[in-house]
Design a protein around this ligand. Structure first.
Ligand SMILES: Cc1cc2nc3c(=O)[nH]c(=O)nc-3n(C[C@H](O)[C@H](O)[C@H](O)COP(=O)(O)OP(=O)(O)OC[C@H]3O[C@@H](n4cnc5c(N)ncnc54)[C@H](O)[C@@H]3O)c2cc1C
Length: 354
């Protein structure tokens, strides 16, 4: 058990004070031992993966930060399909690269997303037309209170847009230890117009490429190029890199809420068709980036040591060492978007108070 360990270096935002205790766990046994240790002392526990969706408080965390580092990748093949099981502590993008090189498709559009495998089911990680809910077969976890191993099927996980049971009803109840994805040697299906445009610009004709490694590799390269242009990959040479990715979720509105938004926009002289809106089963998803920018927050806006990325209106960037500044900017954006459009933005990263 390490004591008074700085948390900032363990996160992509590079923010947060020290953890009173830190345990780096590489097995179920380690996890159980750390949980028992904390329970016996009445110490609160926070589970940490790669820290790319986490904002710790400036005062740090007055408890035990339990870093999940379980390793191992196991690939079970049957004809053109494969079941890929990875330890929660495996690097996510490393797993994607490994699968693409191994002739498998199904997660290539999720290339370049930072963090570890164990966090991918938590918010049903997604990008460029894919989400892990499309490929997850099974999630294995330890229940924190009983220390029992539990297995969840895909349906059990209650996946939806950027959420799951692990972020909702069962938040903080389980520690995910292994995840199994079903992939196949197929040609990726491109569902995202920006990615189609990028492939066209690069002269890539997916239909002409062999399924598996070649086609998925071309998609992976295109995704990483698009992400890099938006500072959406971790790159210490990029001034916008200290972020948690998108700081706000795209809000889903009811028909009535959408009409109200359209009216407010019309009052400002705009047209309903200006608002990027995507109908889905829950309602109408509206681009949060559009709401933020139209509420007066330009890319590159600065408040103290916090700012909006120059390359992505939804990414808040740390330019110094103040979580308070970042939270302040986030609060200002939420209030202004609410006043301007009557829409409440929800934070995507997890804020961990002291
Ligand atoms: C540049 C950048 C780009 C990004 N792009 C995307 C994107 O395109 N799409 C997307 O969905 N996300 C994106 N993200 C957000 C983030 O990378 C993902 O949410 C990622 O899955 C978080 O993984 P992590 O291991 O870093 O999680 P952490 O930040 O360590 O943890 C996030 C949450 O999951 C919990 N958790 C982590 N591991 C476990 C576990 N094993 N068991 C139980 N709970 C656990 C934590 O307690 C916390 O609540 C981006 C982030 C950055 C910095």
């Amino acid at each position: 058990m390490e004591q008074d360990q700085p948390l900032a270096p363990l996160t992509s935002l590079r923010l947060g004070g020290p953890a009173r205790y830190l345990a780096r766990c590489t097995s179920n046994g380690d996890l159980r031992e750390a949980l028992v240790w904390a329970a016996e002392r009445g110490v609160s526990v926070h589970v940490l993966g790669g820290g790319s969706n986490t904002l710790f408080d400036d005062a740090g965390f007055d408890g035990l930060v339990l870093h999940v580092g379980l390793q191992g990748v196991d690939i079970l093949r049957a004809d053109e399909a494969a079941l890929v099981t990875a330890g929660a502590g495996e690097d996510w993008d490393g797993l994607v690269a490994h699968c693409v090189a191994d002739d498998l498709s199904g997660i290539e559009c999720l290339s370049g997303i930072p963090g570890l495998v164990g966090a991918t089911p938590i918010q049903n990680v997604g990008a460029y037309g894919q989400q892990v809910a499309d490929s997850i077969v099974e999630v294995r976890a330890l229940e924190r209170s009983t220390l029992e191993e539990v297995t969840f099927s895909n349906v059990d996980c209650d996946f939806a847009y950027r959420t799951s049971r692990f972020k909702g009803a069962d938040r903080d109840r389980y520690i995910i230890t292994r995840v199994t994805y079903r992939l196949s040697r197929s040609r990726p299906e491109i569902r995202y117009p920006e990615l189609t445009r990028r492939l066209q610009a690069d002269g890539v004709d997916l239909q002409a490429l062999a399924p598996g490694r070649v086609a998925s590799g071309a998609v992976r390269d295109a995704v990483i190029a698009v992400r890099r242009s938006k500072s959406m990959v971790l790159d210490e040479g990029d001034a916008n890199t200290r972020s948690a990715g998108s700081f706000f979720l795209n809000p889903t509105l009811s028909e009535v809420q959408l009409e109200s938004l359209q009216e407010r926009w019309a009052d400002q002289g705009g047209e309903a068709t200006d608002i990027p809106t995507f109908a889905n089963v829950q309602g109408y998803k509206v681009a949060a980036a559009w709401l933020v920018e139209r509420s007066g927050f330009a890319r590159g806006t600065r408040r103290g040591s916090a700012g909006i990325s120059q390359n992505h209106a939804l990414a808040l960037v740390n330019h110094g060492d103040s979580a308070a500044d970042l939270l302040g900017l986030a609060a200002e954006i939420v209030t202004t978007v609410e006043t301007t459009f009557g829409v409440t933005l929800e934070r995507e990263p997890v804020y961990v108070p002291r």
